[in-house]
Each structure stands twice: as structure tokens, then as C-alpha cells.
Design a protein around this ligand. Sequence first.
Ligand SMILES: Cc1cc2nc3c(=O)[nH]c(=O)nc-3n(C[C@H](O)[C@H](O)[C@H](O)COP(=O)(O)OP(=O)(O)OC[C@H]3O[C@@H](n4cnc5c(N)ncnc54)[C@H](O)[C@@H]3O)c2cc1C
Ligand code: FES
Length: 255
Amino acid sequence: MSHDVYKCKVISKKEIAPNIIDVTVESKEIASCAKAGQFLHVKCGDDISMPLRRPISICDADGDKLRFIFEVKGRGTKNLLLIDDEIDIMGPLGTPFTIDNDKYKNPAVIGGGIGTYPLYKLTKELNNPTVYLGFRSKAQVTLEDEFNSVCDMTVVATDDGSYGYNGYAIDLLKGKIQNDVVDIIYACGPKPMLKAVKELAEANNIPCQVSLEERMGCGIGACLTCSCETKTEGTWKYKRVCKNGPVFWSTEVVL
Ligand SMILES: Cc1cc2nc3c(=O)[nH]c(=O)nc-3n(C[C@H](O)[C@H](O)[C@H](O)COP(=O)(O)OP(=O)(O)OC[C@H]3O[C@@H](n4cnc5c(N)ncnc54)[C@H](O)[C@@H]3O)c2cc1C
Ligand code: FES
């Protein structure tokens, strides 16, 4: 984890779905040590009324290239959309996914919406996982071909059935667990999806890592804005999503 801040040159920026922006910047410092599941704390302009950075996951890191994908939502990301030359980035931050390809030979990866983006780097590094990606509808489906090119099987589900499987990605994962061996699950997405994945994993005694999203202030463990309830060795306590997470074992967290 690095609290260092870098001015990163924008190499490419394109809209890959409505309001979904795919950005690659140059940053050897961050890209060379970035791990799957970590995030960047991104400055969204020099405006004095915009002091807080915004957390955005690392989608990929290769050589000196660092990629992240964000949805344009509120003031911060609207500002970020306007920056074309250099982006001020702190990172990489947070606790990454645990990858142990000797121990886990049959991983499954499940993501929903913008939660699919941090799973791309993870998928590249795992032992041929099966990947389930859920989106609201066809217009939001992104990176399917890229996921497909780095793993055995990528299955897309849409809530409205306009593309791929008609329903939730977790239904596909349930079917996989019933018929096949899955020895670890990695998940990132909306809270209801994470809650369902946690329950499914724990009911089947499958280790599971979930990546959480909380509102953040400092991003480095100092302000407690991002606290979440956790349980370690039978004791409940609050942990910081920015520092102890965003990735946790599902058995640790209360969803
Ligand atoms: C670890 C982590 C990784 C993330 N990765 C991605 C990603 O890869 N792609 C992506 O599109 N989005 C991602 N998000 C969500 C993203 O941070 C929010 O969408 C963004 O902060 C919204 O800022 P805004 O100013 O546009 O919206 P506003 O709603 O105007 O934000 C106002 C305030 O709320 C905070 N905030 C609002 N929504 C969230 C949220 N969901 N999570 C955390 N803080 C929030 C902002 O930091 C800001 O302080 C991630 C969030 C976290 C915590
Ligand atoms: S955002 Fe400040 S402690 Fe996590």
C-alpha cells in the first residue's frame, strides 16, 4: 500500500457503455506494484470545493500502464470526465484479493455492474476461473470479450434478459456449485449480490472473498468514514474498508 501521489498522463479515455468511462494512464510507480483488488484514490479536479478524492478500483496494470473504469455518477466523477491530460492519483491502496493457485484449482469469480471491473486483473492471475458477470441490461454489458480471452468461460447475465442469461449471475453460480467443484469464490458488486454470494458460499463451505464498497474520505485509514462491521475469532469489531479491505473473507463481514 502506498500513500504516494502521482501525476499520471492520460493515454486513452473512451466511453465503453453509457456513462462508463475506460481510462488508461501512464504510471510505472503504481502499475508496477498494483495488486488485483486494490484501488486508486483519484483527485477529481483542482476545485477547492472538491477536496475529497474518489476511490476507483484498479482494473488492470501492465508495465507502466494503469487502467481503471468508472461510472459517471455525481460531482466528482463528472469532473473526472473532463480531465484529459494528467490525473492526480494516490495508490495503490487497500488489501488485495488473496491468490493461491496451488491451493485453489477451481476458482469462480462473480461480479455485478461496476463491481466487474476490479475482477479483470484478478481473472488474469487466477487458475482459469469460471466468471459470471451480471448487468442490468445489454447496454451495460462491458469487457465480456476481454474476460473471455483470459479464462475458460465467461457467462453474462442481465436482470431484464436483454442479453445472455435472463436473471441474476448468482443463479448461474448456484448451478455451477451443484454440478461441479468450486473451491474458492471471489465477488465484487452491489451489497445484495455480495450478501447472497456470502450465504451461498458459507452454506456450501466454500472460502469466499468479497470486495466491499463504502463511502470514503481519506482512503488511508485515518478518518474512519469507511468503517464496516466485522467478526474475528468470535469478536465483533469495526474495520476500515480502505485499509483492512476493500477485500475481506466473507466470514469476517456482516452484510
Ligand atoms: C474501494 C472502492 C472501489 C470502487 N471502484 C469503483 C470502480 O472501479 N468504478 C466505479 O465506477 N466506481 C467505483 N467505486 C465507487 C465510486 O467511488 C463512486 O461512484 C464515486 O466516489 C462517486 O463519486 P461522485 O462524486 O461522482 O458522486 P457523489 O455521489 O457526488 O459523491 C459524493 C461523496 O460520496 C462518496 N461516494 C459516493 N458514492 C460512493 C460509493 N459508492 N463508494 C464510495 N464512496 C462513494 C464520494 O467519495 C464523495 O465523497 C468504488 C468505491 C470504492 C469504495
Ligand atoms: S476512508 Fe478514511 S479511514 Fe477509510
